[in-house]
Design a protein around this ligand. Structure first.
Ligand SMILES: Cc1cc2nc3c(=O)[nH]c(=O)nc-3n(C[C@H](O)[C@H](O)[C@H](O)COP(=O)(O)O)c2cc1C
Length: 191
């Protein structure tokens, strides 16, 4: 069982980073092999919309995203973590998501419309934090996450959504949510 954590925040050790750390610790406690990607460290573009992947499912843009594709392919479970920025995911992780267009093309090439009604490559979870208490705070991020995981042939399984987190250390005042993240990690890999 391979679990991949995608860290979407530009802020090192911030709220979403800490929640994702705990989720991965939970997954590791069940024996999962853990891989991590930090979107903030990747030297990469967003999608060029060049059509280079249309007939092959392989992205032709040579940058750090080429090291991420194999991890997206082999992960059985992916935890995507991000702060809410303007009611969606961070730009850093959105660039990575847009580049998964190559995997969307691959799925279209490899599976029929009937086969695409099911997801055969694993499960995806979203961990998102925002500063406000808005009712619709996570709607945009959840839609984006759902269709990211769809492109990866993975089902979207929901996750953890936490409001009123602004300071970098705010999550420390919510030990129960860190525990919830640990439990989510355990549950996600133990089937
Ligand atoms: C550019 C930017 C945009 C933001 N937009 C929102 C927003 O639309 N809604 C919200 O509730 N919080 C917003 N925030 C606050 C962050 O979501 C919040 O501080 C969060 O805890 C950061 O998570 P992190 O520590 O994992 O980076 C924004 C912060 C920044 C820097």
């Amino acid at each position: 069982m391979i679990a991949l954590g995608i860290y979407g925040s530009p802020r090192k050790n911030g709220n979403s980073d800490q929640l994702l750390d705990r989720a991965l610790e939970g997954a590791a406690s069940e024996g999962a092999e853990i891989f991590k990607v930090y979107a903030r460290d990747l030297k990469m573009d967003g999608c060029h919309e060049c059509g280079g992947c249309d007939k092959t499912g392989i992205c032709i843009v040579k940058d750090d995203m080429q090291n991420v594709y194999p991890l997206l392919e082999k992960a059985d479970v992916i935890f995507l973590a991000s702060p809410i920025f303007f009611y969606n995911l961070s730009a850093q992780v959105k660039a990575l998501i847009d580049r998964s267009q190559a995997m969307w093309s691959k799925r279209m090439l490899e599976k029929s419309a009937e086969e695409r009604k099911s997801y055969d490559s694993g499960k995806g979870y979203l961990i998102a934090v925002g500063a406000t208490r808005g009712q619709n705070l996570f709607d945009g991020a959840q839609l984006t996450a759902r269709y990211f995981f769809d492109a990866l042939d993975m089902s979207y399984e929901g996750g953890i959504f936490l409001r009123r987190m602004e300071k970098k250390t705010a999550i420390q005042e919510n030990p129960e949510t860190l525990e919830e993240a640990f439990d989510l990690g355990k549950k996600a890999v133990s089937g």
